[in-house]
Design a protein around this ligand. Sequence first.
Ligand code: ADE
Ligand code: ZN
Length: 331
Amino acid sequence: MRDFLKALPKAELHLHIEGTLEPELMMALAERNGVRLPYASVEEVRAAYDFSDLQSFLDLYFQGMSVLRTAQDFEDLAMDYFRRAADEGVVHVELHVDPQAHLARGVELATVMEGLGRARRRAERELDLSTAMILAFLRDRPAEEALDLLERAAPYWETLDAVGLDSAEVGNPPAKFAEAFRRASALGLARVAHAGEEGPPDYIREALDVLDVCRVDHGVRCLEDPTLVARLRDEAMVLTVCPLSNLRLRVVERLEDHPLPAMLEAGLNLTLNSDDPAYFGGGMLDNFLACRRAFGWSREVFLGLASNAIEAAFMSEARRAELRERLAACR
Ligand code: ADE
Ligand code: ZN
């Protein structure tokens, strides 16, 4: 089964590039840039990753990214991840990026976008890995800041596929960002949003109705509302579920208690993703393997999930056709 899951052409639709920063690279970049971290070793960094909820993770996530200063740092970060992902059979990666977190520490948008852009071009060339980019708004920051970021990103609109909404969910409902998402729509950008990770089912409904999203990131709390589940199923709305993330952020206590099997049973359009692999104990393959262990899913189930991701990805139709063929060869 491991060989099968590794060989499966996996498209990753929910990944925060800053969440791929492994402790080894974090320490190396801290040294390179003279940034002080409250850790003496890679082991100490890992030992700190004992989260009680989303906020306790976000605190370390924002601290960790303080080592990223130059375009070269962003290129190294992304290339480091792209190589690991390609090694485990990932063929397409859609990266959320959080520019507000970098602007707030004096790192220019151009630094972030140029470093990531270089890595994306190299991934295509060197690893046969296609990529897409999602400009994420930090929902615990003011809505005006999101609009300002979108305008500042004008030189990069061509390189973007979508806007997204992430960071602390509870108390920051989707409707707060109605205007920024309307502007993104007018620019021809797709929309996705985290909803129903820690927040209530109403936030999922609001993301659909007010932000007009084409995908919901997480969405696991939808099961609390049967009417919403029926709607998500009827609309074949894609949910980008992140099992190891939900485990490490205590959305569930054990993976065996995860709502994934019930969501599958309800006929929802699900994909599996890693979210922040450096912080949550594994990448795409680890997430697939963890689901195999917890739920005993058959090859057929994993083929279906991998297919859902290829169909929902922001990629050219030529690339989609190629990946469909590669998936069919796994049958
Ligand atoms: N930013 C990075 N990871 C996130 C997550 N799981 N939820 C919300 N915001 C995030
Ligand atoms: Zn996420």
